[in-house]
Design a protein around this ligand. Structure first.
Ligand code: 6TC
Length: 241
């Protein structure tokens, strides 16, 4: 698709849903869906870089993240290493910086190590930020923010009258993404029309784009279509009618 003359969103957030359904449809083990899903992350990351998008936040949505068959969990734990080993050179070549939001505490030690290595190795890159939401919950983030701000009030570091939207922004997990901490466009694949506790505060003014395409099938062309739809809406919004 030709996106020349199109306004490109600065921050795109994606709920990557449908790996399990993709595998089921093909009578394949679920892990094959995740494997293909990781390949899709790579393709979309490179496309986002080409389009000069500033931040790409990806959320590995799952309803039963911690109640899966043991084989699947073990395989999932190995996926970040796969991703890191096969994709790090390309991330470096494309000047991509890896960051994350959410709670990494409960990840196994070696998974955490790989994640931190990806963050450290890319920390001086100045291009696209690939921001990975892992073990993330929007309400949990807001609870954490309220705790942190009330602590700061208790220690007399701020007055309660000084709690503004801007100050709340500074305490959220997305503060490191500023000035692009709020997504312009949120995409969800696999046909579910729900937010599922993703970035509750940050998505207040974002455009939402839903597609039936399952995440492993989501192509750079599907991504471009989402950008084009975003454009059309922005233009309508900007016009005085
Ligand atoms: C799309 C593709 C949706 C696996 C694949 C889901 C992620 C920890 C990356 C460290 C590999 C994102 C997500 C749950 C970028 C991602 C998954 C999770 C899936 C995690 C890490 C990759 C993933 C998930 C777990 C930067 C080197 C499959 C957390 C571990 C994996 C990178 N399902 N899927 N069990 N993580 O969130 O939760 O490090 S690569």
């Amino acid at each position: 698709m030709n996106l020349d003359n199109m306004k490109i969103p600065n921050h795109v957030a994606i709920i990557m849903d449908g790996n399990g359904r993709w595998a089921k449809k093909r009578l394949l083990p679920r892990v094959m869906g995740h494997k293909k899903g990781v390949e899709t992350i790579k393709k979309i990351t490179i496309r986002a870089h080409q389009l000069n998008i500033k931040v790409l936040t990806v959320y590995a949505f799952s309803t039963e993240n911690w109640a899966r068959p043991k084989d699947e969990v073990n395989y999932l734990m190995a996926l970040p290493k796969d991703f890191f080993d096969s994709f790090m050179p390309e991330l470096m070549k494309n000047n991509v910086k890896v960051t994350y939001i959410g709670n990494a505490d409960r990840l196994p030690e070696d998974t955490k190590k790989i994640l931190n290595r990806a963050v450290e190795k890319t920390q001086d890159n100045t291009g696209l930020i690939l921001n990975i939401a892992l073990n993330y919950g929007g309400r949990q983030e807001i609870v954490q923010t309220i705790q942190d701000i009330s602590q700061a009030v208790f220690r007399n570091e701020i007055k309660s009258e000084e709690i503004t939207e801007d100050l709340v922004d500074q305490y959220l997990m997305t503060q490191h993404l500023k000035p692009y901490s709020n997504p312009d466009l949120m995409i969800r694949t696999s046909g579910e029309i729900r937010l599922s506790n993703f970035l509750l505060w940050q998505l207040a003014y974002s455009e939402f784009y839903f597609t039936d395409v399952l995440w492993p099938d989501f192509s750079t062309d599907d991504f471009d279509q989402a950008i084009a739809a975003y454009n059309k809406r922005q233009r309508r919004f900007g016009k005085i009618s």
